[in-house]
Design a protein around this ligand. Structure first.
Ligand SMILES: NC(=O)c1ccc[n+]([C@@H]2O[C@H](COP(=O)([O-])OP(=O)(O)OC[C@H]3O[C@@H](n4cnc5c(N)ncnc54)[C@H](O)[C@@H]3O)[C@@H](O)[C@H]2O)c1
Length: 249
């Protein structure tokens, strides 16, 4: 049994976090479910409690500095210190270069990259003070390979390199930072056209279940992962390893 941790999850009402919240709750951890929509965050927390776990709900807009500051105060008051931060909130704007206007590119960067940066800046100092902390960014294979939608790809590449770089900031502090890079996960974010290609483009032939992402998160906050730091953990069925110019035999 792992030591019980307090884990703050952003985007906790989303499809991926169904698996993350459930596995953390079942693992005995206290899950702080945060999301843009307070009712959706509360439903996510209730699902953890219904399964016998501990959970609280808070609203936050990670792209808004005032909202993140307010969250930090509210969490400290109602729950206490956070041991683990999981940055899972994200948006995917299916725009090509020419379709972007002045603000749309920045909007994705604000939510997917600046938001996690701000959350880390807000919640990491207390982890450093206590000499233990885990930060997990939910990046994407779109941050590892080229990808059709440049705002999403750039935000996720930035997010992964943020984790790689922060290991230097957290040198000797007991805080580690890693990225989970999922491929095609069974959530509403994934359109049917992509799902249909999985048997031909993903070597395992399988779409990833959100529960598997939860399992990886659970492992990363456990004792056996204490020396995993600055890693990109691909959970993509081998999709990024497949050289697309050859058809599979
Ligand atoms: N679904 C996939 O196949 C896949 C693959 C790779 C990476 N990802 C990443 O996984 C994460 C979760 O994706 P998902 O499939 O669960 O998507 P989702 O759309 O179901 O969930 C995203 C959640 O983030 C919340 N959110 C959006 N903007 C926010 C903001 N400004 N502040 C706070 N919360 C905000 C939404 O309300 C939503 O609940 C995202 O970062 C996504 O980029 C998903």
């Amino acid at each position: 049994m792992q030591k019980q941790r307090t884990v703050l999850v952003t985007g906790a009402a989303g499809g991926m976090c169904r698996g993350i919240n459930a596995r953390l709750g079942a693992g005995g951890h206290r899950v702080i479910c945060t999301d843009l929509d307070p009712d959706a965050a509360e439903r996510a927390a209730q699902a953890v409690r219904d399964a016998g776990g501990m959970a609280d709900a808070f609203a936050v807009d990670v792209s808004d500095p005032g909202s993140v500051r307010a969250l930090a105060g509210d969490v400290r008051e109602r729950v206490g210190e956070v041991d683990v931060l999981i940055n899972a909130a994200g948006i995917l704007d299916r725009k090509y270069l020419a379709d972007h206007d002045d603000r749309s590119f920045e909007r994705t960067i604000d939510v997917n990259l600046v938001g996690p940066f701000r959350m880390i800046q807000t919640f990491a100092p207390a982890m450093v003070e206590r000499g233990w902390g885990r930060i997990i960014n939910v990046s994407s294979i779109a941050g590892v390979t080229g990808y059709p939608y440049p705002s999403y790809a750039a935000s996720k590449a930035g997010l992964s390199n943020l984790a790689r770089s922060l290991v230097i900031d957290f040198w000797g502090t007991g805080v580690t930072v890693n990225s989970i890079c999922p491929g095609v996960v069974d959530t509403p974010m994934v359109i049917q056209e992509v799902r249909d290609q999985v048997p031909r483009k993903v070597p395992t032939g399988k779409i990833v279940d959100p529960d598997e992402i939860g399992g990886v998160a659970l492992f990363l906050i456990g004792e056996d992962a204490k020396n995993i730091n600055g890693a990109d953990i691909l959970v993509d069925g081998g999709a990024t390893r497949y050289f697309q110019l050859f058809d599979r035999p």
